[in-house]
Ligand binder design. Structure first.
Ligand code: TEU
Length: 539
């Protein structure tokens, strides 16, 4: 029954361990820091924490370059710390989701090091995509595939004797060689990794870059318009066998473990093919976050999402941001609030008060939608994107590969402020090393300490949102019914005995009835622009 499927209506909070809390004072967050803040996490009314990768890693891509999937990076702690954290969180009713990175490994991973040493033609190389180059000297790349990290996808190796050697494939940075998913070792290894974390109490996994993994062995160029299943390195039909095998493992547990896919595909039909009873339980819906702050656009996104999930009986998810994208208060504070996935820009004019007002309304709106809700750490504090990081502080590979043109994604990864004062606003104790990314001077005003003293704060709003969401049984299962009498600038629907109204237009909207939750103190009875409320429906 759905009652036991906790993930269908969950609030899942994303912890980026490097930036959450620094217990040992080295400037980098750690698991002891997270443990010390578990009461805070419980106070947010969340059901689960998703940890971005905490494994041994050179951190060439913030941990998405894993050198050892069964050990915690010493900067973050130990395996024992992780086990203790999982247990202590569960004691507070909070489940743990771990991040699994199957498309690629770190170049420091034992397998890749062995492959380099063993040389061309060796079985060690077959776990990856080593290939001779084109042209008489082999100095042209095997394909012209383009990397998400704004560059080419092949890097040439040097043979043990110093001569130029084969090339290897990396859809991301050169420090992240792609695995060959046709190889049985690769499949077996990942199935064991899943069991390793499930056995340690992980309630589920977030699957990184889940639509990549499998590649067309003949290495064709990417066609101008790849039809369904016709892309050489994305969304290939063979992927579904992998996730079916994973689902079978997840279902072996008394409380079945949950598969959450990062399936980044614009085609909704192809997207929902991953959401099946014998495959993934759920996947991130990035469509809502990709839309500008515009009622028509958001309504269309909600309609399309519900319509695509219904036929497969899948639960939608609602995501306002994550560690890869511009923070919502900044995005919504721009004239063009449409999503900039890779194109973050330095110094775009931004009205943070406006953006904050809208981000508050967005939180109230998405919390009332059917499905699960994701909250990226710091969004509950209304942190803005930090757009003036000193260039030399930036560590994201996107920034380097673009030769500094793209600011990269570090602006949403700045360590959290916990206290009004202190050398790192409580991220580490006073006297601790400077945080790995510098915090803005005014950060103390956005700290947990400051916001806990202010009932009108973003933090107070998020706590009210999750508490109300829990209290209203309708929100767990009642269908969404649009109110047809609302103007085009207004999103209005009911879910059982809760009515939801979000006014994105200039004219105030009349609201009657008991207000259960409001995104702003002036929320109703004349609901102003950029405000959302929940109201009791009386029969
Ligand atoms: O991101 C996958 C993904 O879709 C990215 O390539 C995205 O296009 C990019 O981040 C632009 O913002 C996942 C992780 O979320 C990301 O942090 C990793 O860098 C990437 O995989 C590689 O593991």
């Amino acid at each position: 029954s759905h009652a036991s499927e906790w993930w269908r209506h969950a609030v899942i909070y994303q912890v980026y361990p490097r930036s959450f809390a620094d217990a040992d004072g080295d400037g980098t967050g750690d698991l002891a820091g997270v443990r010390s803040r578990l009461p805070y996490l419980a106070s947010l009314g969340i059901d689960a924490i998703w940890f971005t990768p905490w494994y041994v890693s050179p951190l060439a891509d913030g941990g998405y370059d894993v050198a050892d999937y069964r050990a915690i990076d010493p900067q973050f702690g130990t395996l024992a710390d992780a086990e203790q954290l999982i247990r202590e969180a569960l004691d507070l009713g909070i489940r743990t989701i771990v991040d699994v990175v199957p498309n690629h490994v770190s170049a420091q991973h034992r397998w890749f090091q062995e492959a380099l040493a063993a040389g061309p033609g060796s079985p060690e190389r077959e776990r990856f995509w080593f290939h001779p180059g084109k042209g008489p000297d082999g100095d042209e790349m095997p394909t012209n595939w383009v990397s998400d990290f704004q560059g080419t996808t092949w890097t040439r190796t040097t043979n043990p004797d110093g001569t130029p050697g084969e090339w290897y494939l990396h859809l991301f940075s050169p420090e992240q060689p792609d695995l060959n998913w046709d190889h049985p070792d690769v499949r077996r290894e990942h199935e064991e990794i899943l069991r390793f974390w499930f056995d340690r109490g992980a309630a589920g996994i977030r699957i990184d870059s889940a639509a990549l993994l499998v590649k067309d062995r003949t290495l064709p160029e990417v066609p101008a318009e790849p039809g369904p299943g016709g892309h050489p390195h994305a969304d290939r039909d063979e992927l579904h066998d992998i996730y079916r095998a994973w689902r079978a493992i997840a279902d072996e547990y008394p409380e079945p473990r949950v598969l959450i896919g990062e399936v980044w595909l614009p085609d909704v039909e192809r997207f929902t093919r991953f959401l099946r009873p014998d495959e993934m339980h759920t996947a991130f819906n990035f469509d809502f976050m990709a839309r500008p702050w515009d009622a028509e656009q958001l309504r269309e996104s909600i309609r399309a999402t519900l319509a695509s999930h219904a036929p497969v009986a899948a639960t939608p998810t609602w995501v306002l941001s994550n560690h890869d994208v511009t923070r919502p208060v900044t995005r919504y504070g721009r004239e063009d609030s449409s999503f900039a996935f890779t194109k973050k820009r330095f110094g775009t004019p931004t009205d943070l008060d406006l953006g904050t007002r809208r981000a508050r309304a967005a939180a109230v709106l998405v919390a009332a939608l059917p499905g699960a809700m994701y909250v990226y750490e710091g969004d509950e504090l209304g942190l803005p994107e930090v757009e003036d990081l000193p260039r030399e502080a930036i560590q994201d590979p996107m920034h380097f590969r673009s030769e500094g043109v793209d600011p990269g994604r570090d602006g949403c990864r700045v360590p959290l402020p916990w206290t009004r004062g202190g050398s790192s606003f409580g991220f580490g104790a006073d006297g601790a090393a400077a945080p790995w990314l510098p915090q803005p001077a005014g950060w103390g005003e956005l700290s947990v300490e400051a916001q806990e003293q202010d009932p009108a704060s973003m933090l107070a709003l998020y706590r009210a949102v999750t508490a109300r969401r829990r209290a209203e049984a309708s929100l767990a299962d009642a269908p969404l019914v649009w109110r047809e009498d609302a103007g085009s600038d207004v999103l209005a629907f009911t879910r059982g005995d809760v009515a939801v109204i979000a006014n994105l237009g200039e004219q105030p909207v009349a609201v009657t009835g008991e207000i259960l939750l409001a995104s702003a103190p002036d929320g109703g009875p004349a609901l102003p622009r950029d405000t959302a409320v929940w109201v009791r429906v009386t029969p």
